[in-house]
Design a protein around this ligand. Structure first.
Ligand code: UDX
Ligand code: ADP
Length: 471
């Protein structure tokens, strides 16, 4: 079996939020490996190659510096997918796997058409044996399908499949990649499988302590990724469920989170109450888990995990309804200023952001919305709202616009809603914001980040998620 003992040339298919940062860090930590990231989307590749590093398609703290150090040294961005595949000894598949929007499994199962396209392209082009690494989160047993396609359509080369799920969180991607809690590599138990696992372990062990590199069988690796995201999302839904109880009882969700988080069996992370979790992974991965369980007839398992999403949808609706109720039961014609549109701070990613759902809800109540987010464009906001397909598609949905600075966004607003926890929001000149707002000046803090006492002293009427009274 001619599995390369040493990986010298990597091709990554998919230059997105996972592929870009992951490969940049590998190139940075392993200067002797040539890494080429390819994508069908020529504009995305052009943006990654842009001389102006503020225009990279993915914003992540610390990423621009790593790109500057590695780009065109041993890190390359290209649209020539075939050449990159042909040259590589390891091919990482890092394309998107959206939830199906049609046919069987619609709204639940992962759509694997992009993965299948990659497999067919690899099979067509490969002239030498390859290690094929699943980097995208995939349903359990996708590796089997991949192997089937590769072996039946290839031209005699040997393909060894590994599952190497990525656990980075957006906004902290570079730190997570440099200092991961663990690296997980799943592979077949054959000699070829073991050789391939070792080759990938050798890459990561350049900077990750060996004790943190975990090797498993391929199915455990695939299921671990879905399970990790399901557990994390479940914690957020659990604390969010308590946030409503706090509002009704006089408890404070931040105090409760601190008290329970100090129990070392529970731990303090992922206990921040919020308008609802977003991002490209949580909902999609849980839906996937639910779909797998249902298709195996495990209905109680499916219902258990589905509740995490049902509650998240409820939380976003509850926040929207609270705004309406507080504004005397109507937001029609009223201006609501959104601080934040991204699904969390320190990223320009807006996929599944709670802000989109809250905006949609308020727009259908005829509110006017102005958004200020330090990293998101108006084009993206319009795209996100159109993506919901809850109103006829138009280039610009009326009633929503981008404020070029926060003060302009909040001018003459009836209310401000904090949707993302960007640090800078805390440091604004809130007196200046208050002076230019309609009165009473309402603030709805969906992230619990503002200094409510100081704001109340200025004159704001504040409502904080998980705290009982309007202050
Ligand atoms: C997640 C996983 O954390 C990561 O390991 C996996 O690789 C991809 O999915 P990501 O979606 O990038 O990462 O961000 P994460 O920090 O997990 O936040 C997800 C959502 O949950 C965000 O909307 C965030 O605001 C929300 N959240 C998180 C809370 O509302 N409260 C919390 O305490 C933590
Ligand atoms: P993620 O968050 O998982 O990285 P993204 O949507 O940010 O997801 O990135 C996935 C990238 O994969 C996109 O840029 C998309 O154009 C690219 N892609 C999808 N299918 C293919 C394919 N068959 N060949 C090359 N690139 C692909």
């Amino acid at each position: 079996m001619e599995v390369p003992i040493k990986i010298k040339n990597i091709c990554c298919i998919g230059a997105g939020y996972v592929g870009g940062p992951t490969m940049a860090v590998i190139a940075n930590q392993c200067p002797d490996i040539k890494v080429t990231i390819v994508d069908l989307n020529a504009q995305r590749i052009a943006d990654w190659n842009d001389a102006d590093l503020t225009r990279l398609p993915v914003f992540e703290p610390g990423l621009a510096e790593i790109i500057a150090a590695t780009r065109n040294r041993n890190l390359f961005f290209s649209t020539d997918i075939e050449q990159a595949i042909a040259e590589a000894d390891a091919i990482f598949i890092s394309v998107n796997t959206p939830t199906k929007t049609y046919g069987s499994g619609k709204g639940m199962a992962a759509d694997l058409k992009f993965i299948e396209l990659c497999a067919r392209q690899i099979a067509k082009v490969a002239k030498t044996d390859k290690i094929v690494v699943e980097k995208s989160t995939l349903p359990v047993r996708t590796a089997e399908a991949l192997k089937d396609i590769l072996e039946h359509t290839g031209n005699g080369c040997k393909f060894t499949i590994l599952s190497n799920p990525e656990f980075l969180a957006e906004g902290t991607a570079v730190q997570d990649l440099l200092f991961p809690d663990r690296v997980l590599i799943g592979g077949e138990e054959s000699l070829a499988g073991k050789n391939a696992i070792q080759a990938l372990v050798d890459v990561y062990s350049k900077w990750v302590p060996e004790a943190k590199i975990l090797t498993t069988n391929i199915w455990s690796s695939e299921l671990s990724k879905l399970s990790a995201n399901a557990f994390l999302a479940q914690r957020v839904s659990s604390i969010n469920a308590l946030s409503e109880l706090c509002e009704e009882t006089g408890a404070d969700v931040q105090e409760v989170a601190k008290a329970i988080g100090m129990d070392s069996r529970i731990g303090s992370k992922f206990l921040k109450a919020s308008v609802g979790f977003g991002g490209s992974c949580f909902k999609k991965d849980i839906l996937n888990l639910v779909y797998i369980a249902k298709s195996l007839g495990l209905n109680e398992v499916a219902d258990y995990w589905e509740q995490v999403i049902i509650f998240n949808n409820y939380q976003m609706k509850r926040f929207s309804e609270k705004i309406i109720k507080t504004l005397y039961n109507t937001v029609s014609g009223k201006k609501i200023a959104f601080l934040g549109w991204a699904f969390k701070k320190d990223t320009n990613d807006t996929r599944e952001s709670a802000a989109i759902y809250v905006a949609d809800y308020l727009l259908s109540e005829q509110a006017t919305i102005t958004v200020y987010d330090p990293k998101v464009s108006e084009k993206q906001i319009q795209y996100d709202l159109n993506y919901l397909e809850s109103r006829p598609a138009v280039a610009n949905i009326r009633g929503v616009s981008l404020g070029l600075d926060p003060y302009e966004a909040c001018k003459e607003a009836h209310a401000i809603a904090v949707l993302t926890e960007w640090d800078e929001f805390v440091d604004y000149d809130w007196q200046r914001i208050y002076d230019n707002m309609m009165k009473p000046a309402f603030v709805f803090d969906g992230r619990g980040i503002l200094d409510v006492k100081a704001l109340s002293e200025i004159g704001f009427v504040c409502s904080v998620l998980g705290k009982s009274t309007m202050v």
